[in-house]
Ligand binder design. Structure first.
Ligand SMILES: C[S@@+](CC[C@H](N)C(=O)[O-])C[C@H]1O[C@@H](n2cnc3c(N)ncnc32)[C@H](O)[C@@H]1O
Length: 384
């Protein structure tokens, strides 16, 4: 595609910006309200994105060929019976629509969380689709759901993309975006690791103790294919559980059977670790999601989650989300660094990262994956 102009709404730290720039785009307007994101954006692109989009008149926005918007997953509770423009008033999607109505850019690329598809029993998607089509855009019939691991980037992160082209520019009747099958067996999380963390991101002594204990637990089991969450507090209990929801009863019964099948090992393990009395409660739960492919906890990618300690194969990292559950690289006994979070989101090596790691994790957790945007945009731009 020849040189073009784009606008970056809900710009965050510029995942769309980098992708569009790499494809020949020039940013003519950006909008963001978070002061830390605004600073990171300015430090990297020299553009002030400090605009609350709800307060910017559409006439004040420069002409552009592509509108990009990774809009926040704000509820669309206002979607009403008519599914029309008026129904979206008060939502941030309304602001996207009024800009589109005025400027009619040739292309749009919207991004949102996967739940958008099922939100309000599918009505939200219908409202979005209908409004964009009414404005003259060719939009895929179904939302595009894609994760970076499908294009060889080692992160599992399902997101919804809504690309569109103004009908008058395309001689096609349908907009089809091809999404490849998972490439999960050939990518390795290792590809994203390049930091020496000089101890700053090392797990704590407590975390190492707890993980070592769970590793011992695992080593002594007869059968390591555990397809359910392990709740250590349930092992030795025998109370009536018939009042509990059925899914919970199933898990508890499986835990009690696991205990019976491995009683000698588990009794010794519980005794050695003071019946897990020193464990934070959520750490008495263990989610082994690596089947028989890994020999040890330390071979996996680990997360301390509210539902328990989760261990997965090192083929891909779990989705980065804001600041919580930062993935731990088992074999290095440390969390990923902000630079590695940037790698997982495909931000370039020269990207200036916020020096506060908590802010940096949050920013990359909120951002869009640069390579996925490029992947969608290249197909979209071939339509006209
Ligand atoms: C999901 S994030 C998008 C991140 C971005 N795509 C990136 O690559 O970093 C949504 C962003 O919208 C911003 N936002 C929310 N309300 C806004 C508004 N009224 N005007 C401008 N930005 C807004 C939030 O601060 C947040 O950074």
């Amino acid at each position: 595609m020849p040189k073009f102009k784009f606008i970056d709404l809900f710009a965050g730290i510029g995942g769309f910006h980098i992708a569009m720039h790499d494809l020949g785009g020039e940013c003519v307007f950006a909008s963001e309200i978070n002061k830390y994101a605004i600073k990171t954006y300015f430090d990297n692109f020299g553009i002030s994105s400090s605009n609350d989009i709800t307060k910017v008149p559409e006439q004040a926005i420069p002409k552009h060929d592509v509108l990009c918007a990774g809009f926040p997953c704000q509820a669309f509770s206002k979607a009403g019976k008519q599914n029309g423009f008026e129904d979206t008033r008060g939502t941030l999607f309304f602001d996207i629509l009024r800009i589109l109505k005025y400027h009619k850019p040739k292309y749009i690329i919207l991004e949102n969380v996967r739940n958008l598809v099922s939100h309000d029993k599918g009505l939200t998607w219908k409202v979005i689709h209908k409004n964009l089509v009414d404005l003259g855009y060719l939009i895929p019939h179904k939302p595009i759901i894609i994760s970076p691991h499908q294009i060889g980037v080692p992160q599992l992160r399902d997101r919804v993309f809504i690309p569109g082209i103004l009908k008058e520019f395309s001689n096609q009747k349908e907009l089809k975006i091809v999404v490849p099958e998972s490439k999960r067996n050939i990518t390795q999380a290792n590809n994203a690791l390049n930091s020496s963390s000089n101890g700053e991101f090392a797990i704590s002594n407590y975390e190492e103790y707890v993980l070592s204990a769970w590793d011992e637990f695992l080593q002594g089991l007869e059968n390591k294919t555990i397809g359910f969450p392990i709740w250590a507090n349930e092992f030795t209990k025998n109370d009536n559980i018939s009042d509990l929801p059925s899914w919970k009863q199933v898990f508890i019964l499986k835990n009690r059977k696991l205990y019976k099948d491995n009683q000698k090992h588990i009794d010794g393990w519980l005794k050695k670790h003071n019946y897990l009395k020193d464990f934070v409660r959520t750490h008495t739960k263990f989610e082994w999601q690596a089947g028989t492919s890994l020999k040890s906890v330390w071979d996996g990618i680990i997360q301390f989650r509210p539902s328990g300690i989760r261990v997965k194969r090192p083929t891909e990292f779990p989705a980065l989300v804001a600041m919580v559950h930062i993935p731990i690289i088992g074999w290095e006994k440390r969390r990923i660094t902000p630079r590695e979070a940037a790698n997982l989101q495909k931000f370039p090596q020269n990207f200036k990262i916020n020096p506060n790691p908590q802010q940096a994790y949050k920013q990359f957790g909120n951002s869009v994956n640069v390579d996925v945007v490029k992947f969608i945009a290249k197909q979209l731009f071939s339509y006209g």
